[in-house]
Design a protein around this ligand. Sequence first.
Ligand SMILES: [Fe+2]
Ligand SMILES: [Fe+2]
Length: 383
Amino acid sequence: MENELQFSKVELFTNCLYTGMMLKGDLYSEDGTILFPAGQPLTDEVLKTVQSKNIKKVFYNRPLLASETQKNPMMTQQVLEKAFAVSEDIGYAAIKKTPLPEKEIEETVEQFITMVAKAEKGALLNLIEIMDYDEQTYVHSVNVAMIAVLFGKLLDWRREQTKMIGIAALLHDIGKILVPKEILNKKDPLTAEEFDIIKKHPIYGYNILKSQSKFPEPILKVALMHHECYDGQGYPLGVPNEKIDYMAQIVSICDFYEAITTNKIYRQKFAFWKAFMMIRKNMVSKFNPRFAIKFINKMPPYLVDKALFSIGDYVQLNTNETAEIVQLSNVETLKPSVKIYTTPNGEPLKYPLQINLEKEEKRWIETIIDDQKAIEQLKEMKA
Ligand SMILES: [Fe+2]
Ligand SMILES: [Fe+2]
């Protein structure tokens, strides 16, 4: 049935349970006996019961949200479910200070790679939207891992290298598990003190991976360095360009893209073209331009359902001039050829000026004009 709530069965090792843990479905044992009801913090008592009965594994049914059950052109439901179950296991292991489920993590990323190998245009159109507060880091991490694996494929990387960045992306925010939820889920702007706490998650993450896994150093470096900036103004180390591990430079672009194109608790998502534009704008200061350009030029067909721009779109340039797109670029997605109709002050030019933005260092598209009145005015000007 269309609206019937669907569930995914989540398996948990009992040594991953902890007091205060909240589950979205009733907790039950292998034979189906309900051990604890959903939506309430787990008590010491129930933990003791589970231990005394020597139960090794327990289960709960996690409701799937509509967006998750929607057909994703690239990922099958089965792969996504597994990815979420693994993400939850990662979270539990991090909290419990037990070894991370390395084998499951590798299997999940292997599955991503297999799916991505078959990816066609529009493959990652439906990034998964957040389900609820507790899951936002998991969902974000699964999305970033899918984007990173896809990018690895488009860069013609070897399978092993793609696998490495996929694992690193899936684990990049693991340190957030140690940041209080009230801060992570805060709707209002963060105070300086709160932001200082958030800024610790890369170091927390690095330490978790170092002490609770055998993953190699490049994966640990992504957790540590994904908020470093190309100009050295990032955190926690504040190191510039080559000092930032190249995989961290790439995950940082995927991370940024995911963060601004999905709805978050604290803000609505941005339009696709704007996201790419922001990556372009932050190139050099925030991102390695070499990777940023490749991301902008190779990824849109897979992430966006139509071209970022169309011929006939009216745009405003950074110079405040208004223009119309007259030819798309095969080389640089964000730099079509345009016909400029007005001066920076909005006065009509006597003769429209056609330029190729690929060849213009100091002019770029700032925004697409979608105000109908402004468009009508421009059309009149054109006539
Ligand atoms: Fe992060
Ligand atoms: Fe992130």
